[in-house]
Design a binder for this molecule. Structure first.
Ligand code: ATP
Ligand code: MG
Length: 201
């Protein structure tokens, strides 16, 4: 399985999603995370945690990918902050499923609509939208975004990822969210596992 995370907008949790989907897939078979972002966020995440157990899978740059691919069952590819229009064709052709994370705010949703329109123009349907950083109840942004995107006929994951500081702690410590000490860490990890389960069916 090759899963790629991408978006036309920065900061929508592409890297956080790539890290945790790779962690999920690693529980099923050897997984490699390919860091396709020149900012190297995933690589630096792995480096920060390398002293304390860190991540359960290896993170490599695009230039190293071929060499580290031996014996790998699942690949997760993280892409740069803002994909260019012309990159999208290559990105979607290069994976089995393109995961489009979006936060439930207007600017992200606008960027997402542009992305989906381009994917539709490319005639592809191997992509799915993931609502991330969804604010807790009683705020309704998450549900409103889901309703809007569903009405537009866009393919969404049933699950969502809630806003949780545990993810920021995980990024800071260079570990997976399940390994941070935070009372929401378990739930946060379960949310990504549920997305992984949706992918594998
Ligand atoms: N569910 C969440 N709850 C709270 N914070 C989150 C969540 N997911 C991601 N974040 C935080 O949001 C910020 C952006 O996340 P991330 O780096 O994964 O996004 P990105 O799309 O990869 O960004 P870039 O476009 O810069 O590559 C980070 O500070 C991250 O810790
Ligand atoms: Mg990133």
């Amino acid at each position: 399985m090759i899963i790629t995370t991408a978006s036309f907008k920065g900061g929508v949790a592409k890297t956080t999603t790539a890290i945790h989907l790779a962690a999920f897939f690693q529980t099923r078979g050897k997984t490699l995370l390919i860091d396709g972002d020149p900012n190297r966020s995933a690589t630096r995440w792995a480096e920060r945690g390398s002293q304390q157990g860190g991540l359960s899978f290896k993170v490599v740059g695009v230039n190293q990918a071929a060499r580290y691919s031996t014996g790998i069952e699942h690949f997760v590819i993280d892409t740069e902050a803002r994909a260019e229009e012309e990159d999208l064709k290559e990105i979607v052709d290069g994976c089995d499923l393109l995961v489009l994370p979006t936060t439930p705010d207007t600017l992200s949703i606008d960027a997402l609509i542009q992305t989906v329109e381009l994917l539709q123009a490319l005639g592809t349907d191997n992509y799915r939208i993931l609502l991330t950083r969804v604010p807790p109840n009683p705020r309704k942004e998450g549900e409103e975004a889901r309703e809007f995107l569903t009405d537009a006929g866009f393919p969404l994951f049933k699950g969502k990822i809630r806003e949780a500081v545990a993810f920021q702690k995980a990024a800071n410590e260079g570990v997976m969210v399940k390994d941070v000490s935070d009372r929401r860490a378990g739930l946060a990890w379960q949310e990504y596992c549920a997305i992984g389960q949706e992918i594998v069916g």
